[in-house]
Ligand binder design. Structure first.
Ligand code: HEM
Length: 370
């Protein structure tokens, strides 16, 4: 049985369930933002190729102008779950991060270049110039960051390869030996990106800053994307869970929460989403646009929460099969600090909601002519 580093002797200052809850909530928001970035950018790149279509050009610019803002949410909503997972899984996560140290630290540089490329893509689109090379470079960089995250999140579950990797390089110069779960897991996020960006377009189609023709174009395209990639997302989810070890699959099938979140909840919701999105797009003119936009946002968040719960199950069951029980920790709750934290947490979520609403109500429209 592989061994994990010794547990920190200092007890946890809050209940484990609370850390887990906060982790799931914040990681779900990170994933919504990540998928808006990955999917929205790819859609904007493809749309930018149709320069003869005014609606496609408007849609490309509308997405691109928002992506630089989305990127700030990707990063800021990534920090809290990183802190919570370090508290809960530090013994595994620190080890795996060190073992791919050079790649892991390079994420900071890749992010800076990605940010620059996003701005360049938007500038070129605004000037009516060829923008796809800059956009594609940004997308490849984002895909690379996603791949590195998937690499680390799967390596932390494989203590059996750590010794061999450390002997090969203590500097973290090498990537881990092949893992059958890595690619399906990464592709799941990419497919999810296309699905979520479809929902995003549906949300955007309700905005008054677009002409009614542009609104129809956005709703139609969003509906098709969400419907098509909803199915791909679901298939990728089944693939990613199908390649898990038998003990993990067994655990997922017999735990009521994971079973609901995975096969029942996630699958069912994705199918309902496809049906609703198709239906809504088809009867667009007869439905309240606001209701459609709200449905799109709620579906996006709900599906990501179920996905994160299921993914959490994969991690906990894999680690448990290797002797790491995340619930087996000494806890000495400091309720006054927990209380202050929760007040600040709720206030911060409120401030973020306010920031989003300010952007949404901005007088200078984020779309339209260059
Ligand atoms: C372009 C930027 C980014 C992309 C595309 C991205 C993408 C991803 C992906 C694909 C995963 C899931 C990996 C898997 O489980 O297979 C992930 C997980 C995660 N990301 Fe990001 N990410 C980005 C930036 C960040 C940043 C800047 C942070 C933090 C500072 C962050 C924090 C996290 C955390 C904490 C997790 C997983 C935590 C856990 O499982 O406990 N991400 N990200």
């Amino acid at each position: 049985m592989p061994t994990f580093p010794a547990v920190d002797p200092i007890p946890l200052p809050a209940p484990i369930w609370l850390f887990k809850l906060l982790h799931i909530v914040t990681l779900s928001l990170h994933f919504v933002a990540v998928q808006m970035l990955i999917g929205g950018l790819l859609v904007a790149i493809v749309l930018s190729l149709f320069r003869g279509s005014p609606s496609a050009s408007v849609a490309a610019r509308a997405l691109a102008r928002r992506l630089t803002v989305v990127m700030t949410f990707v990063i800021n909503m990534g920090v809290p779950p990183l802190l919570f997972s370090q508290v809960l899984y530090g013994r595994a996560l620190y080890a795996s991060s060190v073992l791919i140290g050079i790649y892991w630290i390079s994420i900071v540089l890749i992010l800076m270049l990605l940010y620059r490329m996003l701005y360049r893509f938007t500038e070129l689109l605004n000037e009516g110039r060829t923008a796809w090379p800059a956009g594609l470079l940004a997308w490849l960089l984002a895909g690379c960051v996603a791949r590195l995250f998937s690499t680390n999140m799967t390596l932390m579950l494989r203590p059996e390869v750590w010794q061999q990797m450390y002997s090969a390089s203590a500097m973290g110069r090498f990537l881990p030996p092949p893992d059958p779960t890595l690619t399906p897991r990464w592709l799941l996020m990419i497919a999810g990106g296309m699905f979520i960006s479809g929902l995003w377009l549906i949300y955007l189609s309700a905005r008054k800053t677009f002409t009614s023709e542009e609104q129809k174009y956005l709703a139609g395209l969003g509906g098709k994307l969400a419907a098509g990639f909803g199915v791909v997302y679901l298939a990728a989810g089944f693939w990613a869970s199908g390649v898990q070890p038998a003990v993990v699959k067994d655990g997922l099938a017999h735990d009521a929460l994971y079973h609901f979140a995975g096969l029942a909840g996630y699958g069912w919701l994705a199918l309902v989403a496809v049906a609703i999105v198709f239906g809504l797009a088809a009867v667009f003119s007869r439905l309240a646009k606001g209701a459609m936009a709200t449905t799109a946002i709620l579906l996006a968040v709900l599906i990501e929460i179920l996905f994160v719960v299921y993914r959490d199950g994969v991690r906990d069951l894999t680690l448990l099969s290797k002797g790491f029980n995340v619930w087996d920790r000494a806890v000495a709750t400091n309720w006054s600090v927990v209380g202050i934290f929760l007040v600040l947490f709720v206030a911060a979520i409120g401030v973020i909601g306010w920031l989003v609403s300010v952007v949404a109500r901005a007088k200078k429209p984020m779309e339209g002519a260059a």
